[in-house]
Design a protein around this ligand. Sequence first.
Ligand code: NAI
Length: 330
Amino acid sequence: MHNITLINGDGIGPEISDAVVKILKASGVEINWDIQTAGEDVIEKEGTPLPDRVIASIKKNKVALKAPVTTPIGKGFRSVNVQLRKTLDLYANLRPCKNLPNVKTRFDNVDIVVVRENTEDLYAGIERQVDENTAESIKIITKSATERICKFAFDYALKNNRKEVACVTKANIMKLSDGLFLDTYREVAQNYPQIKQREILVDNLCMQLVQNPSQFDVLVLPNLYGDIVSDLCAGLIGGLGVAQGANIGLDCAVFEPVHGSAPDIKGQNKANPTALLLSAIEMLKYIDEFAYAEKIEKALFKALESGKTTEDLGGVFGTREFADEVIKNL
Ligand code: NAI
């Protein structure tokens, strides 16, 4: 029996969490969910969108599955997601983007893994209002954080039989910060002669991704470029409804979809649970439950192949009906 924290989020979070928990239960994998509420709905009662009990639960269980949480814009609360990643030092954001069966996109053969540094860069939150007409944000890049993310990317490549790790920067302009990222990548890469190296500027990468994405394998990027490029890659494989993710640290890991809380379709049984389900499948692999991961993936792929999907993928099924279809295929 695995003890796992479940943050069921807000917006479409509770609907897709229900669907995924139901599918995992039907698969037979033994999980004891430690359910922790967070986000908009708990602010009034607990004064914060991320109460300490949530962090304590993840620290205890080491693994969490997380549905999206709304970040109120400009209301003084820091993003729950950024806070979680920083507090638990979840330094690697892993976003595999691979074509799915019967999900029509512009390109076949997309199989890219985005490895995004998760703790610094412009997300360090060091900003100030210099004067009425000027604001300043500071971009922090450190050698230690860059070393561990590059090492993570190369280790991932080795373990998963990938051929290349490309380093993405804008080191021609940000010669010191992105320059340090690139230099550190070069140093780390020397320990992995089996894996091909490649260096590419982020603007050129974006152009090439929308023209010929199948040339790319593993990408390692500083935080901000990683955030933007991973949404671009999500678009290459069918959009946010199918884009999975994971935040991994030395002690804990939090698995979550790339998408947000989608307030526009909240409570309408329209949300696609696939992104959260794929994140849960990765989570099962992380806890060494490979057989269940494979069983659920097969059932999901069969549902996608049959076209019995949610509206974002062109189907007519609701969240619950799609989950039932996956369960039928198990
Ligand atoms: P969003 O990802 O919530 O929605 C963008 C568009 O994609 C919407 O049209 C939405 O309906 C659609 N969409 C998203 N997920 C879907 C799914 N599973 N099935 C079908 N359609 C789906 O992005 P948005 O609107 O920018 O953000 C809404 C809130 O979510 C914000 O408060 C934001 O801060 C938060 N957010 C939270 C994240 C997290 O918890 N990890 C990540 C990204 C955003």
